[in-house]
Design a protein around this ligand. Structure first.
Ligand code: ASP
Length: 321
């Protein structure tokens, strides 16, 4: 018998309409009750791990969930996490960065609420359970019939049922009533243990004429590092390049990711990305700024003496950069 844990954390998949707007109202057991045609030989243990909308989660909530997943992995053959779609890609990154071992962990959710007349949650959860029972190690996202790697996944549509993609990487597998078809295997992405707390890392957006005030504010608020959500292939305004250079000289890690939505960053242009690269910024490959932020936070927590070195080695090992 294969034993799976279903960790429910909230999100649209568990919401019903209320006078104030959608609110979480369905438990792990309720969610499990919507899945039809469960595979024989699979036992699912429903566990209510949290009951929130994911846009309201804190870094401490994410760290606690990573520890809960680690515990669930020790006692089950696979773990399915139901989660709000808004920040699912960030939780997926943290779980992948802190998941050691062979237990499959997959996250899923829904674009339509629990009380929708044609909900997508039951199909997504059924596919996630089937994928977890299939036994492929690693952390993934199962959504709209596709299994995507946790590292590189992004929410790419606000409303469509196929809400997630891993641009330039593609799906690892397809899952439907007929079973599982595997296409690829993602590299092991562990970097450290589930943390008790994560250090503050801020993301600074680039837009035409952006000055350095957001970088300054991040430092004043106690950030231990920053991610620049850069233009295009990794460029920033002259003011932000100057400010980032000064931070790097002081030993503050600066990571460059792109605001574009797909593709890797490189230090190409004089005065922009090339200057950031020369100053020692870490270019985060095709990671979204939000996943790059968690990479730096986990690196700071797990390798405080050389977080940038640890993140660079991780990026090389996983093929990210
Ligand atoms: N829109 C979100 C969802 O799809 C709400 C959340 O992230 O919790 O679940």
């Amino acid at each position: 018998m294969t034993r799976l844990a279903l960790l429910a954390t909230g999100g649209t998949i568990a919401t019903r309409a209320t006078a104030e707007g959608r609110a979480v109202a369905a438990s792990a057991r309720d969610l499990l009750g919507t899945v039809t045609g469960a595979d024989t030989g699979v036992e699912v243990v429903p566990i209510d791990a949290a009951g929130r909308l994911s846009f309201a989660a804190t870094l401490d909530d994410l760290a606690a969930l990573a520890r809960t997943v680690r515990e669930a992995c020790a006692e089950h053959d696979g773990v399915v996490v139901t989660h709000g779609t808004d920040t699912l890609e960030e939780t997926a990154a943290l779980l992948a960065l802190t998941h050691d071992g062979a237990t499959p962990v997959t996250l899923t959710g829904a674009q339509r609420p629990f009380d929708d007349p044609a909900p997508d949650g039951p199909g997504n959860l059924g596919a996630a359970l089937r994928w977890a029972a299939h036994g492929r190690p690693g952390v993934t996202v199962t959504f709209a019939g596709r299994v995507l790697p946790a590292i590189g996944v992004r929410k790419v549509h606000t409303a469509a049922l196929a809400a997630f993609a891993a641009p330039d990487r593609g799906p690892l597998a397809s899952v439907d009533g007929a079973g599982v078809r595997e296409h690829a295997v993602a590299p092991d992405a562990v970097l450290g243990d589930p943390p008790t707390t994560l250090p503050r890392v801020d993301v600074v957006a680039q837009y035409v004429g952006a000055d350095a005030h957001a970088l300054d504010a991040a430092m004043a608020a106690g950030a231990r590092g920053v991610v620049v959500a850069a233009f295009g292939a990794g460029n920033a305004t002259p003011a932000v390049v100057d400010s980032a250079r000064r931070l790097l000289e002081r030993g503050v890690p600066v990571v460059v990711a792109s605001r574009t939505g797909a593709g890797a960053v490189e230090g190409l242009y004089a005065g922009g990305g090339a200057d950031l690269a020369r100053a020692g910024a870490l270019f985060a490959g095709d990671l979204s700024p939000w996943q790059a932020r968690l990479l730096l936070a986990v690196a700071l927590a797990s390798a405080p003496d050389d977080p940038v070195g640890a993140a660079r080695a991780w990026a090389a090992r996983t093929g990210v950069a």
